[in-house]
Design a protein around this ligand. Structure first.
Ligand SMILES: Cc1cn([C@H]2C[C@H](O)[C@@H](COP(=O)(O)OP(=O)(O)O[C@H]3O[C@@H](C)C(=O)[C@@H](O)[C@H]3O)O2)c(=O)[nH]c1=O
Length: 189
């Protein structure tokens, strides 16, 4: 497995080996021992899949507050996405900084998004399937959503604004400063 740190060193791009033969390929897409060797020593408890029919579907930016914070290991099994992680750890020198990694079924690459980071993605293809492992269970009472287009973050999603498709929840998301205030006063858990 090839592991590359991104501009935010805690966010990693992983490319598991594919062993090709006349039939196609075989790949170990998750192996707890190999991940522990690169510092991701977690027990994942939930696997998720989302399907997005249209290109430009944007899911995010999401996070679950402690004690339900989640680490996520994300990959694409059909199509391609730009996957984005934003560091919102209060004590971090990188607070408010983001990275984007293009994930595709063709490349088979993955992104590791740790606790303390907002996560979101936009689909670059129609009929896109994304699957990801989470280290904590879904806890809707702890869930927070931050605006994808918060000017403080200035994320370049690489997609024309008029092509973006959002859920109602994401249309009504908080600004990153509102999120910071909520987390600081412990209003969400
Ligand atoms: C996230 C989640 C949602 N749901 C339900 C709630 C709702 O009825 C339906 C759709 O939920 P959402 O609109 O939140 O789905 P979505 O916008 O795809 O949310 C996901 O976005 C990406 C970027 C993430 O990082 C994930 O953690 C998650 O927040 O599925 C679960 O049952 N379990 C879950 O773990």
């Amino acid at each position: 497995m090839q592991v590359t740190a991104t501009a935010l060193p805690e966010v990693l791009e992983l490319i598991p080996k594919r062993v090709a033969d006349a039939r196609g390929y075989f790949s170990e897409t998750w192996n707890s021992k190999s991940l522990a060797q690169v510092g991701i020593d977690l027990s994942f408890c939930q696997d998720n899949e989302s399907f997005s029919a249209r290109k430009g579907t944007l899911r995010g930016l999401h996070i679950q507050a402690p004690p339900n914070a989640q680490d996520k290991l994300v990959r694409v099994v059909a199509g391609a996405i730009l996957d984005v992680a934003v560091d919102i750890r209060e004590s971090s020198a990188n607070y408010g900084k983001w990275v984007g990694v293009e994930l595709s079924a063709a490349k088979g690459n993955q992104i590791f998004v740790p606790q303390g980071f907002l996560h979101g993605f936009v689909t670059l293809t129609p009929d896109t399937h994304v699957i990801y492992k989470c280290s904590a269970f879904y806890a809707p009472q702890s869930e927070l959503s931050v605006r994808w287009d918060d000017p403080v973050l200035g994320i370049d999603w690489g997609v024309q604004t008029d092509q973006i498709i959002l859920s109602r929840k994401d249309e009504q998301a908080l600004s990153v400063s509102e999120l910071g205030a909520l987390l600081k006063c412990g209003a969400v858990a």
